[in-house]
Ligand binder design. Structure first.
Ligand code: SF4
Ligand code: SF4
Length: 224
């Protein structure tokens, strides 16, 4: 009969009108997540014994760490811990196999990032735990921190020149300096890389410069 479909549709609409609402007004209204929901992976740095069990069981190579051995106690001390979260498949192997229970997933599901390097989380040994290390390592760490502070200062003073030298291209250096002028956090990350791994710094700075040139083509920037 003509109009049966319409009546059926109206019937369904009417039925749902009086049901309990299930649509949530995200992001104003945050969802209530199950207790075992896996969001962002977190590390309790002070509890980690650098046993590397987590890095061995991770099927996707998400986790990596750096440690030093204290010759007096013959125990390893964690220096830094990286989680390259873009490759994580939430299998929970790392959490289940950690003997010190220092890995856990929190409920944060808003993990999207514009840049790949912002997805990777790197934990550095906190300053209050540095004194816990063997003397020679404390001295080396202090020296490293000083070099990083000097590099940050130099970049803040004359970023176009220093970045131009790093990229072996003055123009690219200027483009990148302009792009980083309002991003102190990224500038500091580049300073750390320039001290600790110059090849990586070149690679990251080059990629950022190309991206900045693409994003602002009107300013006469050229993408290599
Ligand atoms: S949850 Fe799985 S894939 Fe993700 S870091 Fe842990 S072991 Fe690796
Ligand atoms: S398994 Fe746990 S204690 Fe061992 S290195 Fe990984 S996070 Fe640290």
């Amino acid at each position: 009969m003509y109009g049966t479909g319409l009546l059926k549709g109206l019937g369904i609409t009417l039925k749902h009108t009086f049901e309990r609402e299930i649509t949530q007004q995200y992001p104003e209204q945050m969802p209530v997540l199950p207790a075992r929901f896996r969001g962002n992976l977190q590390l309790d740095f002070q509890d980690c014994i650098a046993c590397e069990m987590c890095t061995k069981v991770c099927p996707n190579g998400v986790l990596s760490l750096e440690s030093v051995r204290d010759d007096k106690t013959n125990k390893k001390k964690l220096m830094s811990y990286s989680i390259d979260f873009q490759y994580c498949m939430y299998c929970n192997f790392c959490v289940e196999n950690c003997p010190k229970h220092c890995l856990h997933f929190d409920h944060n599901f808003e993990l999207a990032a514009y840049d790949r390097e912002n997805i990777k989380k790197v934990y550095q040994r906190p300053q209050e735990l540095v004194t816990d290390l063997p003397e020679e390592i404390v001295a080396a760490e202090e020296k490293n921190q000083k070099r990083i502070s000097v590099m940050i200062g130099a970049l803040q003073k004359d970023a176009p020149k220093i970045l131009g030298k790093l990229l072996e291209d003055e123009e690219k250096g200027k483009v990148l300096a302009a792009a980083l002028a309002s991003d102190q956090d990224k500038l500091e990350k580049i300073a750390v890389m320039m001290v600790e791994d110059i090849e990586k710094a070149k690679k990251v700075a080059g990629a950022l410069a190309n991206k900045a040139a693409k994003d602002h083509p009107k300013e006469g920037n050229v993408v290599a």
